[in-house]
Write a protein that binds this ligand. Structure first.
Ligand SMILES: [Mg+2]
Length: 373
């Protein structure tokens, strides 16, 4: 029998669907679709001690086949029965039960895992980063996504500049010639010394990716994110040989995926999401493994709201090997017309700062608290 400073058990789990609308100025148009609203689920874990933890299922049907509807169904049908009544500590035991009860569904697991870690950390009056092993850093560099035609790129860039952003990536992956032209335009717009990468979201065949690189190279792309299909690790490896850092995003959901990318030497940088990896502790583990193999990590985004963004930040601060050279995608509530947390994360657009408060360090707006079921 182990002893723990946290004796509380899980009394109940509640959920709330949120459907935030992306600010019209900031809508992201990628090669796999347009993200103009979200259907996310906020998960609340209530302990016998009265302490509560929150998490966000930031899933989209196009990414992992998950949204607020699938997540709510999975949580009510299989996760509530195995979690309610269980001790909150050790959290890893609860995550093992979740892993057995529910196949795939990484963003759903991540929302639940975030709420469990939040409740645990709040019980100990420490930050989630501390609960995950300790804050290695307290600020994280961030960037903003540009997309669409030239008028759209300019519009979003100007909105992002007003918010203080100074690093960017351009969504590409539809047509190499048009992308080369748009990238040249974006480079001219942001200036030659500004950090500007690319994200093709798996949109190219290998030959198209090579063509796009040949057109963009003179304009100095900082990285090439997921140029080809998620499973085409040989293609990623060959593109990496062209000398522009390759970022693996869609190629890496699970630990198995990460090991495959490491074996194939398919990337220089891994884009780790709290959602893709199945939760905060899994994400930190993946960063640690990538770091052990000499790879950088960044925290990637699926348009998280305030709770999901807070989880990204806690993970980023606890993750060994998080890149300071390649900014992460912790944008959070900047995207949306209405936020869900009382006080947004403290960011000047260049970096985002870890809050001092326990757990995730954010609090839901009180009007939302009344709506959980
Ligand atoms: Mg990406």
């Amino acid at each position: 029998m182990t002893s723990s400073a946290v004796k509380a058990t899980i009394k109940s789990i509640q959920t709330l669907k949120v459907d935030p609308v992306v600010h019209p100025s900031l809508v992201v148009q990628g090669s796999s679709g347009t993200h103009d609203h979200s259907n996310f689920l906020i998960v609340k874990v209530i302990l016998s001690s009265g302490i509560e933890g929150i998490g966000e299922v930031s899933g989209t049907l196009g990414w992992s086949g998950e949204d607020s509807g699938t997540a709510e169904h999975a949580i009510r049908t299989v996760l509530m029965p195995i979690l309610i009544g269980q001790p909150i500590s050790p959290v890893e035991n609860l995550l093992s039960k979740v892993e057995i009860a529910l196949a795939a569904s990484p963003f759903t697991k991540a929302g639940v895992a975030t709420a469990l870690w939040d409740a645990y950390a709040r019980s100990l009056d420490i930050t989630m980063a501390d609960a995950l092993g300790g804050a290695i850093r307290t600020e994280v560099p961030i960037k903003f996504s540009l997309s669409g035609d030239k008028a759209r790129i300019k519009h979003v860039y100007e909105a992002a500049i007003k918010m203080g952003f100074g690093a960017f990536k351009l969504k590409i992956g539809k047509d190499p010639v048009d992308d080369g032209d748009r990238f040249a335009y974006a480079r001219q717009l942001v200036g030659k010394d500004t950090f500007l990468g690319t994200d093709a979201n798996t949109g190219y065949r290998r030959s198209e990716a090579r063509h796009a690189v040949s057109l963009m190279r003179e304009h100095n792309p900082a990285f090439l994110e997921q140029p080809v299909a998620a499973g085409d690790l040989q293609g990623m490896h060959e593109l990496k040989e062209l000398g522009i850092p390759v970022v693996a995003d869609e190629s890496v959901f699970t630990l198995d995926n990460l090991v495959a990318v490491l074996r194939a030497e398919a990337a220089d940088v891994i884009s780790i999401y709290v959602g893709k990896s199945g939760g905060p502790s899994r994400a930190v583990e993946m960063g640690r493994i990538a770091d052990a193999f000499g790879l950088d990590s960044v925290i990637g985004s699926n348009g998280e709201c305030g709770v999901g963004a807070a989880a990204q930040l806690q993970v980023a601060c606890a993750m060994p090997g998080l890149s300071m050279r390649f900014p992460s995608d912790i944008i959070g509530e900047y995207y949306y017309t209405a936020g869900i947390i009382e006080t947004p994360l403290n960011s000047d657009g260049r970096v985002v700062h870890l809050p001092d408060a326990p757990g995730l360090g954010v609090v839901l707006k009180p009007e939302l608290n009344a709506k959980f079921k």
